[in-house]
Design a protein around this ligand. Structure first.
Ligand code: GTQ
Length: 374
């Protein structure tokens, strides 16, 4: 090659070399100039990004991850020493997906956090368009939803549907700790966030304690008045663990199980049998001792909480080992299977963004290894 140094890597026009090569460079340059000119007018070519915009299959940015409860609990109690529930408004450690650090989300579409209320503390009333589920990990207390105090202890599920005023309090001897699952990323994407603070005093109780569970907690025996219920969310706010685990063990004993999820129950809206919230579905499942589920994938992402037992979930080839009270995430479209090699049943709670996929006609599910279908 010559002794000159080309500016910006471009060859001087008099160093023609191979003609085809020159034409290619010129064409690439003129295309780039064209693209730059489009950007000046807020336009862009589709053909340079078509297959990034429309990949053959979903590509999750979120990665599989497990949060060990030993660490979460230690850090949460440290937070309890540093910040009061009053100062924090909500004293929560956000479970951030390692691939989405700083974005306050466990998966692209689900927010998860662990909340602490110390004995005697209250978390003041407010309401927001985001819907929330609370799954109690330890301690006793309450969440008041629209004037109904829902009692909370280990394993109970409490809903605070979007727009419903709610506050929390710990009235037992021990710290009250629960998993929060919210649709914050979905509501943010829709630019549909509304938030209202409702003062510093606990919400007045306008209904009997656990009123919705008393009235609608037995799905075979429902008051006909719920037919008139037309809100998008469940009128039932509390799903006590004693009933969930009894139903799950009865289901397991009946021999009913699925290849991909063991014996699994969905928490439902008693009005229509649908998901508990318009954006989020909740499940409880039992993985029997000494079993491995079939690997599969589905478009929704999931946050799991280990209620009982230990095991491993293999997610896109990565082994997430978990034990009691740990929390883990399975990103959307990740191939996953649950393995329980122990002598004891494992029981998992999970919250997913499935209702959004179904409502938009985007839900897909596929066995592992199958390339097309579903
Ligand atoms: O308890 O209302 O984890 O508003 C995040 C936002 C909990 C709550 C969270 C919230 C709450």
């Amino acid at each position: 090659m010559g002794n000159y140094k080309a500016l910006d890597g471009a060859r001087p026009t008099w160093d023609r070399g191979d003609m085809a090569d020159t034409r290619a460079v010129t064409e690439a340059e003129s295309r780039q100039q064209f693209y730059d000119s489009l950007a000046d007018h807020s336009m862009a070519p589709l053909w340079t990004s078509l297959h990034d915009l429309l990949p053959e299959e979903p590509r999750s940015q979120a990665v599989p991850h497990v949060w060990s409860y030993d660490i979460v609990r230690r850090k949460l109690l440290e937070a309890g020493d540093l910040v009061s529930a009053r100062d924090a408004e909500r004293r929560v450690l956000v479970l951030e997906n390692p691939a989405l650090a700083g974005r306050s989300r466990a998966t692209e579409r689900l927010y998860a956090g662990i909340q602490l209320v110390l004995p005697g503390e209250i978390a003041v009333p407010h309401r927001h368009s985001q819907a929330a589920i609370r799954f109690v990990i330890e301690g006793t207390g309450y969440t008041t939803v629209e004037g109904e105090q829902c009692r909370m202890s280990m394993g109970d599920l409490v809903l605070t549907p979007g727009g419903c005023p709610h506050d929390h309090g710990a009235d037992g001897e021990d710290p009250l700790i629960w998993l929060d699952g919210l649709d914050i990323p979905i509501v943010e994407f829709m630019r549909a966030t509304f938030f209202e603070a409702l003062g510093d005093e606990p919400m007045p109780l306008t209904k009997p304690v656990n009123a919705s569970a008393a009235a609608m907690g037995r799905a075979r025996l429902n008051p006909p008045t719920i037919r008139g219920w037309d809100a998008a969310h469940s009128p039932l706010f509390l799903y006590p663990w004693t009933e969930t685990i009894a139903a799950l063990e009865a289901l397991h004993a009946s021999g009913q199980s699925t290849p991909t999820d063991g014996s699994i129950l969905e928490y439902v809206n008693p009005v229509n049998g649908g998901p508990v919230l318009p954006t989020m579905a909740c499940y409880a499942q039992l993985i029997p001792a000494g079993t491995r589920t079939d690997a599969h994938r589905h478009t929704p992402s999931a946050v799991y909480h280990v209620v009982q037992g230990e095991g491993t979930t293999v997610v896109d080839g990565r082994e997430l080992s978990w034990s009691e009270k740990d929390t883990f995430v399975v990103p959307g479209w990740a191939v996953h299977e649950h393995v329980n090699e122990s002598q004891q049943s494992a029981v998992l709670f999970s919250v997913t963004d499935e209702p959004v996929h179904r409502a938009l006609g985007l839900y897909r599910e596929r066995p592992a290894g199958q390339r097309r279908g579903g």
